[in-house]
Design a protein around this ligand. Structure first.
Ligand code: ATP
Length: 274
């Protein structure tokens, strides 16, 4: 079976409203995306198009969601892959796959009658890490191909491509990627603060039967350090506890158990990977 390299999602339905917190990141991202939306005007001024946006921050903070919302906001098709798909590829194959990824993005846009495409690369550090000598030649070629594709992006093309990449190890990236005209917009996506945790909890509890007496605010206080992904998981676990209990609604005790469960899960994950 051929390994699937990329996923396609015509224009994603997820919008910025469905991302809790991250107000500063969302604002910065929207400002950058406005350049894509108004690309005819920026061309009149001779402004260089934005070709790459780098999202960096801890796992589970919503980087993938942000990339999808970016496609929604700009009415672009969304084609995505992950650096981890390129691990242990033969020399030359990675570069070929990068070429195909960009071709696919353009093709998908035309097929859907869209003028722009977002190519999302998760875990960019796997292919864009600092060059580490001859034994990493396959990554070098992959990275070079990515740089070539980005350098080839121009504002007068039929389909405007924007590359959004995510990493939680920005310090590891090769400086060639960060040069002007490549990933020159950097947006930090941090762990949510208390207010953001509350809005993420509210978003994910929305479709679940929450008991009236529950103080989500309190849950937000008790989940210091949780990522958005962990908060999502917490709401799901709480619903499972409620169902097992035969309770019609999710009560505070179910949420407390779920907090513990998610915290413990993290701990065992860490222990097993060490
Ligand atoms: P990774 O670095 O592990 O790939 P990520 O930063 O790309 O993580 P996402 O994949 O976007 O994180 O988030 C995973 C899931 O966590 C989302 O599908 C969503 O359910 C939830 N989530 C994360 N952040 C948020 C948020 N800010 N608002 C609402 N839900 C969130």
């Amino acid at each position: 079976k051929k390994k699937r390299l990329y996923q396609k999602d015509a224009v994603p339905t997820i919008s910025f409203d469905q991302i809790g917190g991250q107000e500063r990141a969302k604002k910065e991202l929207r400002e950058a995306l406005d350049f894509l939306i108004h690309r005819n005007r920026i061309r009149q001024y001779g402004i260089r198009p934005i070709k790459g946006i780098l999202l960096s921050g801890p796992p589970g903070t919503g980087k993938t969601l942000m990339a999808k919302a970016a496609a929604h906001y700009t009415d672009s098709v969304f084609v995505s892959t992950s650096g981890s798909e390129f691990i242990e590829m033969y020399v030359g194959v990675g570069a070929q796959r990068i070429r195909e990824l960009f071709q696919e993005a353009r093709k998908e846009a035309k097929k859907n009658g869209k003028q722009s495409a977002i190519v999302f690369i998760d875990e960019i550090d796997v292919i864009g890490g600092q060059r580490a000598g001859a034994q990493h030649r396959e990554y070098d070629q992959t990275l070079n191909q990515l740089l070539t594709e980005m350098d080839g992006i121009a504002t007068d093309q039929e389909v405007q491509v924007l590359v959004v990449a995510a990493t939680n190890r920005k310090d590891m990236l090769d400086s060639a990627l960060l040069r002007p005209g490549r990933f020159d917009r950097h947006i930090t996506v941090d762990l949510p603060d208390k207010k953001a945790r509350l809005s993420i909890l509210e978003l994910h509890i929305q479709n679940k039967p929450l008991a009236d007496e529950v103080e989500l605010e309190q849950v937000a206080v008790e989940t210091f350090g949780f990522s958005g992904a962990q908060l999502e998981s917490l709401t799901n676990e709480a619903a499972i506890y409620a169902m097992r209990d035969g309770s019609e609604t999710i009560r505070q005790e179910h949420l407390s158990l779920a907090i513990d469960k998610v915290m413990m899960g993290e701990k065992t994950d860490r222990e097993t990977t060490q």
